[in-house]
Design a protein around this ligand. Structure first.
Ligand code: EPZ
Length: 420
């Protein structure tokens, strides 16, 4: 298994191109199941999870083909010949469950493996299933699979989500776009990835009101058509590299990074002494002087994203003073804490909060993590640490960060991949 070796202590300086958002790309690919015609997605990031979703869609019988040689434009389209999403794919990637809504809406049936637990929390899919039931789907759980049927098609319904789940909003939005009549999704998630999905569905002929708000109203149509859609830039990749610049005391230009998607992160970075400004479609991130402790609590968008919590914690571990970081979305998303502490950080967890007492210097060590954002937080810590840090289990990083070591090395980091 590949590893990443970092020799810390070099301030980053240079440009980093931000790729298309993984968490927008995955539901958008599932939206390709809603039509026979071709959905062309551009600005596709080259990531393991995107590859897994392509495999899943292909095994439903629908062609997923590169439109350009670099693989950054994909066409999805064709008849669905198989409605099963098997355990072997779903266990690798939970976002596989996003095929459930589109399959039931388009062909009236789906058999999708239950994803099971995950390193960051139990992550049930009850809200996805309840919403589909309200739209008339019959759901049975059998042998670890969800069997969903709606032979007469789905019907519009008013669905109030108990919490603004990103995945449930996406699944129900896609299902509702082909349902008979009007669906209202109240307490919907408002993440930029949802807006991106809505924009693509509208380009495919869907009728959606309230885009960008917590109340989506969808008037179902008989069929959707092909479209071409460019995936939004990845706000979490942007925020991660902003933290990389900050933790090394450097300055970077994040090409394509969007301030309007990162408000809560930028607010905390400003408090910590990091300047983030817009410049001609890019973001420029610079650490001004010293870093100061700044508190953050994760929340659904527009709150501070849980997917940036580990990276902020790495940054706060070298700030002057203390920071309290509270995780409200997932119950077990502090797996990076013992690993950061191995690098010399002083972090204590009390329930859903972590107290980070900044130290003047981290020191390199071998580390490993159990999920994507935890892994990248260790890379950030390694960039600031004295000596050598080796991050194991790099496959987590490859799921969500394209060419992380190349992007950082191009800005002066001493970082390389060691083939395993
Ligand atoms: C999405 O996961 C993202 N994944 C996650 O990205 C992200 O951390 C998360 O949203 C929150 O922003 C993708 O977009 C592919 P949720 P999702 O449903 O949709 C509970 C990353 O690192 N819940 O909004 O699975 C759930 O347990 C990742 O890129 C239910 O109780 O998240 C959690 O506590 C990991 N029942 C909360 O809601 C349900 O039916 C929010 O989960 C659904 C969710």
């Amino acid at each position: 298994m590949d590893k990443i070796r970092i020799r810390g202590g070099r301030p980053l300086s240079g440009d980093i191109v931000i790729g298309g958002a993984k968490n927008a790309g995955l539901p958008l690919m599932a939206a390709g199941l809603l039509t026979d015609e071709r959905l062309v997605l551009t600005n596709v990031p080259l990531l393991a999870d995107i590859h897994t979703m392509a495999q899943l869609i292909a095994q439903h019988g629908v062609a997923v083909e590169p439109v350009t040689n670099d693989g950054r434009a994909l066409s999805i389209g064709g008849a669905i010949t198989n409605t099963e999403a098997p355990y072997d794919i779903v266990r690798k990637m939970r976002a596989s469950v996003l095929v459930l809504g589109p399959l039931v809406a388009r062909v009236g049936e789906a058999r999708v493996s239950l994803p099971g637990g995950c390193a960051i929390g139990t992550r049930p899919i009850d809200l996805h299933l309840k919403g589909l039931q309200q739209m008339g789907a019959v759901i049975q759980l059998d042998g670890g699979y969800v069997n969903a049927t709606a032979p007469q098609g789905l019907k519009g319904a008013t669905i109030v989500l108990a919490m603004p789940s990103v995945g449930a909003t996406e699944n129900l939005l896609m299902a509702a776009s082909l349902a008979d009549g009007r669906t209202v999704i109240a307490n919907a998630a408002q993440e930029p990835e949802i807006t991106d999905l809505c924009d693509c569905l509208v380009a495919m002929g869907a009728r959606i009101d309230g885009i960008g708000t917590d109340k989506l109203t969808i008037d179902g149509v008989r069929s959707l058509h092909g479209a071409t859609h460019s995936i939004i830039p990845d706000r979490i990749e942007t925020g991660t590299y902003a933290c990389a610049a900050a933790i090394t005391g450097g300055s970077v230009r994040l090409r394509g990074g969007r301030l309007d998607h990162l408000g809560a992160v930028v607010k905390v970075l400003h408090e910590a002494g990091v300047d983030v400004s817009e410049d001609g479609g890019d973001l420029i991130v610079r650490r001004l002087n010293g870093l100061h402790g700044a508190d953050a609590m994760t929340a659904p968008f527009p709150g501070f994203p849980t997917d940036m919590q580990a990276q902020l914690m790495a940054l706060m571990s070298v700030a002057e003073g203390a920071a309290m970081i509270t995780e409200t979305i997932f119950e077990n998303r502090f797996m990076h804490v013992p690993e950061l502490n191995r690098l010399g950080a002083r972090i204590n967890v009390h329930g859903a909060s972590a107290i980070v007492r900044g130290v003047p210097q981290l020191s390199g060590a071998p580390v490993m993590a159990t999920d994507l954002r935890a892994s990248v937080s260790l890379v950030l810590a390694g960039l600031a640490a004295k000596g050598e840090t080796v991050v194991n289990r790099v496959y987590h990083l490859d799921r969500g960060y394209e060419a992380v070591e190349q992007k950082l090395a191009a800005c002066g980091a001493d970082i390389e991949r060691l083939p395993g």
